[in-house]
Ligand binder design. Structure first.
Ligand code: TXA
Ligand code: MG
Length: 317
């Protein structure tokens, strides 16, 4: 831990665990260190980073103001998988926010990382994958992308497995740029105000409100696609992933290339990116996933995030 903290203080980069995915950490106040995160990841320079804090008081160093609803959300969800967008203070390095007037903040829910941040200070933390690869949910995934000698704080497998919800409360209605484990219904209930998901079409705009949205993410080498309702004849080159609580007629029996989560969406979310990586290693050419019902309402809390990430792996939005 001390070694990793000193790497950060010297302007270096280390990977850290969170409850969502592993992050690539550097001193948020050191523009050169942040620049090396962009270079290491191969990340486009117009895609801003999330600053990871150890306590809510640190938000005041980055945010020009903290609106009352932000305070409610911070009290309720931090530490946890909710990233909030604030108006930035002028002293926040432009490279962190990719020149935007806003800054994204969150407190990750992982004891090891919280003590790293307490020692080393606030960290930028994009997912610790090479740009375009699935996000890492284990220390081994990070080493796959950055090499066996890369400094990783190994905190085991991530509990949630999908990146945090990114929420902008400067817009009316409040808007979720990236769905995560905290969903719109939960936010609406707490705040008593409407919360919307960004409409898929908005994500193709030249200057989308959240720049990360315009890039393809989370993509394995294998072609990902939604299965038809009556599954095709099983192919050996394809990994099949089912998840519905009740098996429809025609869902094949479990086999080496047939996975069935049977309504356990948290396991599906936790394992999704590892499945993608394993499928590539095993040489599968395709990954077929059972579609979700059209309306996610009434479904599992994780459905909007799962639909979003699988959609991105397929190649739309
Ligand atoms: O769960 C997570 O959020 C993980 C862990 C490591 O904390 N981090 C993560 O970071 O997913 P990254 O860089 O892969 O994704 C950050 C997302 C991008 O879509 C980016 O465009 C958006 O947050 N974002 C960052 N700052 C923003 C801002 N000021 N305004 C709008 N969107 C912003
Ligand atoms: Mg990412």
């Amino acid at each position: 831990m001390e070694e990793l903290a000193s790497i950060i203080k010297r302007g270096g980069v280390v990977a850290f665990p969170t409850e969502t995915v592993y992050g690539l950490g550097a001193d948020a106040w050191n523009p050169d260190a942040v620049a090396s995160v962009f270079i290491l990841k191969g990340r486009p320079s117009d895609n801003p980073l999330i600053v990871h804090l150890a306590d809510a008081a640190q938000a005041e160093d980055f945010a020009a103001e903290i609106p009352p609803d932000a305070e409610i959300l911070m009290n309720h969800f931090w530490p946890g998988p909710l990233t909030l967008i604030f108006k930035k203070k002028p002293e926040v390095p432009d490279i962190v926010t990719a020149g935007l007037p806003s800054v994204a903040l969150r407190i990750p829910r992982h004891t090891l990382t919280l003590s790293l941040i307490r020692t080393a200070g606030p960290l930028v933390g994009p997912s610790a994958n090479k740009s375009g690869k699935p996000s890492p949910t284990t220390a081994a995934h990070v080493r796959e992308d950055f090499g066996p000698g890369f400094p990783v704080l190994d905190g085991g497998a991530c509990g949630i497995g999908l990146e945090s919800t990114v929420l902008d409360i400067s817009k009316t209605p409040y808007i979720i740029y990236r769905p995560g484990a905290v969903n719109a219904a939960e936010l609406e209930k707490l705040l008593g105000k409407p919360v919307r998901y960004l409409k898929p079409g908005n994500q193709k705009e030249e200057t989308p409100p959240s720049p990360g949205l315009k890039y393809t993410h989370y993509k394995p080498e294998a072609e990902v696609f939604w299965l038809r309702n009556s599954p095709e004849n099983l192919r050996d080159d394809t990994l099949y992933v089912f998840h519905a609580l009740k098996d429809k007629a025609g869902v094949p029996a479990a086999a080496e290339n047939v996975i069935n989560y049977r309504g356990n969406y948290s396991a599906m979310a936790r394992e999704l990116y590892d499945r993608f990586r394993q499928a590539d290693k095993a040489g599968y050419r395709r990954i077929g996933i059972q579609p979700f019902p059209n309306s996610a309402s009434g479904g599992d809390a994780l459905m909007p995030a799962l639909i979003n990430r699988i959609g991105k792996a397929i190649g739309y939005d």
